[in-house]
Ligand binder design. Structure first.
Ligand code: ADP
Ligand code: MG
Length: 682
């Protein structure tokens, strides 16, 4: 068997089973070996029947002394019992609610049973619900540390285990090494082959730790080298310094409010960069509502006054529209025109807008990633801003930067990033932090509630809307299928229109609406014509309607912490007392912990740390929401030590061979190219 073989070459995987593997991204033997276990069961403690201790997790190799008999008991449940023996004694075995137990065994074959031995009510020792395996037939997963894989519906644990075992057993070539020998020795890493084998079927927990360390190291090394190669070329470039930055003070004076100290400081930091002939690469981090837009606007004003163009790219149409309106308002006292560009606007309008950018008739543009499409040309682009940049793919960000190889770049992110992640993502950027909210904001009261509270919550909405406020109700993507998502939102709105909220104007917002309809709904909400906006998470980032003071989140257990924090950030933007109310299904431990964190703190940095802590590695949304590939094994919260080693290695490699041209780095180079392909496709 070879690594590149299709998984159907594995015994027991036919076309229909292959589909199940494919749904987890596993097409080849190599993919399967890179599908890491979620955890391991320690089945290595082998005992004989006479030496068992109550409560211990053990494996016993034994035969049946009598056939297993299954009975139906109360409530349609099954209860199966049998007796096993080895050289040292006999033991009762029972299974609760396993209707197949009596068909699993042949009388004269040997099995290994794994599980816990407990005492029943009459005081006799019993092996309860053990996992059993035929020693002569299988016998691979007994008496050892056994991998437990993440599963999807229908894909069974045993199917994955069997497949992995066959691959490790039948592979006719070693798993290739992509790291240079020198690096492996210097950081005392296992080689690739040993690491992959021990991550699945470790000889010992010590070997498992070594395997994991090696694979985490590799993953973090690749990530950092990958990010570097995407933005690497920039550093040598020079750019045209802005020649009129002082004018920013007149822009600041024109604002309807006084800047916070933090905003003023960050604008100063940006202005210093803009005067240099080295392109700025600055990240502005500020919690939701801290007022990042005006910082971007100040920089754009400086661009205009210095005779170059500035553009701001944002992840959604809704946000692009909003920024367009805001910027137009902020710049209108100076007679500066702003261009709006979206992939969804009519071709004619778009052509006109593009023409103005190409000739330089207009200097300020805002839009979605339509800004980076091939047919958009700038006359002289000097400043590129991305807002909510964690929402963009890494490649999208770089294509924008490529449009303006020598432009200043300013990147804004509301998702506070834990220190570990910041090191990975922005190791080579300057960072400005807006660590202060505009004055007059009151803390958002946050509650986690259950269904019993529903009618009281509707009354609470009614009361607030009667007082002139507005509310958001957010429904999560219930399935990955957009159509059913849409249906549930629309149906929910219909339902609300016939309950206690029937007197109000309610609208539904979701991704399937036409751009023009979305725009109209947002305008109506901003203008107060809509009281209650029922929405999917399309309003998650950036939306700013200060009069809205209620954020109701349905099925809050389905959201990650950072996402909840972003959603909550839609309210508390004006001077009204604001509330965030999360409907949460009971009995979900992680969800309950998230709710607790949400109710306890509004500090985005703390929330981001807790978010990483509560998520396991490989969590689908874990890193994707920061715009980096999903980590398969590294945990950016707890693997700080390995991250430091990886960073040392990255620095050394880059110092020696920044473009990874030496033969020993070709393995790494190949992987990096692959990594971002995958991200773009997903
Ligand atoms: P975010 O950092 O989340 O992007 P915004 O830039 O959308 O925040 O600003 C949030 C709200 O606060 C907006 O309505 C904006 O007009 C207002 N705002 C920004 N700065 C100040 C300030 N210094 N004083 C009062 N209001 C401000
Ligand atoms: Mg914003």
């Amino acid at each position: 068997m070879r690594l590149s073989d299709n998984i159907t070459t594995i015994k027991g995987i036919g076309p229909s089973k292959a589909k199940l593997f494919e749904s987890r991204g596993i097409y080849t033997v190599s993919d399967l070996l890179n599908y890491f276990p979620r955890t391991h069961d320690d089945r290595s403690l082998q005992k004989s029947i006479s030496s068992i201790i109550e409560g211990e997790e053990i494996s016993i190799t034994a035969r049946l002394a009598s056939p297993v008999v299954t009975n139906r008991i109360r409530g349609g449940m099954f209860y199966a019992r049998g007796k096993i023996f080895d050289e040292t004694g006999m033991l009762d075995v029972v299974w609760f609610n396993n209707p197949y137990a009596s068909n699993m065994f042949k009388m004269d074959e040997e099995y290994t049973f794994f599980g816990k031995v407990r005492r029943n009510k009459s005081g006799n020792l019993q092996f309860q619900n053990p996992i059993a395996e035929n020693v002569t037939k299988n016998g691979k997963f007994t008496g050892r540390i056994v991998p437990i894989y993440p599963l999807t519906a229908k894909l069974t644990q045993r199917a994955v285990q069997d497949a992995v075992f066959q691959c490790l057993d039948g592979l006719s070539e070693p798993i290739p090494e992509i790291l240079p020998r020198e690096l492996i020795d210097r950081f005392s890493l296992l080689d690739s082959d040993a690491a992959i084998r021990n991550i699945h079927l470790p000889e010992s927990f010590e070997m498992f730790d070594k395997a994991r360390r090696r694979l985490v190291f590799e993953e973090l090394l690749l990530l950092q080298l990958g990010l570097h190669s995407l933005r690497g070329a920039r550093e040598v470039e020079k750019c045209q310094p802005f020649d009129n930055v002082e004018c920013v003070s007149e822009f600041i004076e024109s604002l309807p409010y006084q800047l916070t100290d933090a905003q003023a400081r960050v604008i100063d930091e940006v202005c210093v960069d803009l005067k240099k002939d080295k392109p700025m690469t600055r990240l502005v981090q500020g919690d939701v509502g801290s007022g990042k837009t005006v910082v971007a606007a100040a920089a754009m004003y400086a661009a205009h006054k210095s005779g170059v163009q500035a553009c701001m790219m944002v992840p959604t149409d809704i946000l692009a529209e909003q920024h367009y309106r805001n910027l137009s308002k902020l710049f209108s006292p100076f007679g500066i025109e702003v261009i709006y560009l979206s992939g969804k606007m009519p071709a004619k309008e778009r052509k006109v807008a593009q023409e103005k950018l190409r000739t330089g008739e207009v200097t300020i543009a805002v839009g979605t990633h339509a800004l980076i499409s091939g047919d958009v040309e700038f006359w002289n682009l000097g400043l590129v801003i991305t807002d909510e940049q964690h929402r963009f793919g890494v490649n999208q960000r770089t294509s924008l930067a490529a449009k303006a190889a020598s432009a200043h770049t300013l990147v804004m992110s509301a998702t506070p990033i834990p220190r570990t992640l910041a090191l990975v993502l922005y190791g080579d950027m300057d960072v400005s932090v807006i660590d202060e909210l505009p004055p007059g904001r009151t803390a958002i009261e946050t509650y986690s509630v259950n269904e019993k509270m529903r009618s009281r919550i509707y009354n609470f909405i009614k009361k607030n809307v009667d007082e002139g406020r507005q509310a958001y109700i957010v429904c999560p993507l219930i399935e990955e299928n957009e159509d059913s998502d849409l249906k549930s939102t629309v149906e929910y709105v219909e339902q609300l229109k016939h309950t206690v909220l029937r007197d109000f104007s309610i609208a539904a917002m979701h991704s399937k609406l036409k751009a023009a309809d979305k725009t109209q709904i947002m305008r109506d909400f901003v203008d107060g014509k809509i009281d209650i906006l029922v929405s999917t998470t399309v309003i998650e980032v950036g939306v700013d309607v200060p009069n809205a003071n209620l954020m109701i989140i349905e099925n809050a257990e389905r959201f990650g912490l950072s996402q909840l924090h972003q959603l909550r950030g839609r309210v508390g933007r004006g001077s009204y007392q604001s509330y965030c109310i999360m409907f949460c299904a009971p009995n979900q431990t992680i969800a309950q912990e998230r709710m607790k964190v949400m109710c306890e703190t509004s500090d985005g940095f703390r929330i981001a740390e807790e978010d990483l802590k509560l998520r396991g590695p490989g969590d689908f949304f874990g890193t994707r929401q920061h715009g980096v590939p999903e980590m398969r094994i590294a945990n950016l919260f707890s693997d700080m030590d390995i991250l430091k080693d990886a960073q040392t290695a990255v620095a050394e490699i880059l110092a020696e061979d920044e473009r990874l041209e030496l033969p020993q780095y070709q393995g790494i180079k190949g992987k990096i190219e692959n990594m971002f392909d995958r991200l773009e496709r997903s």
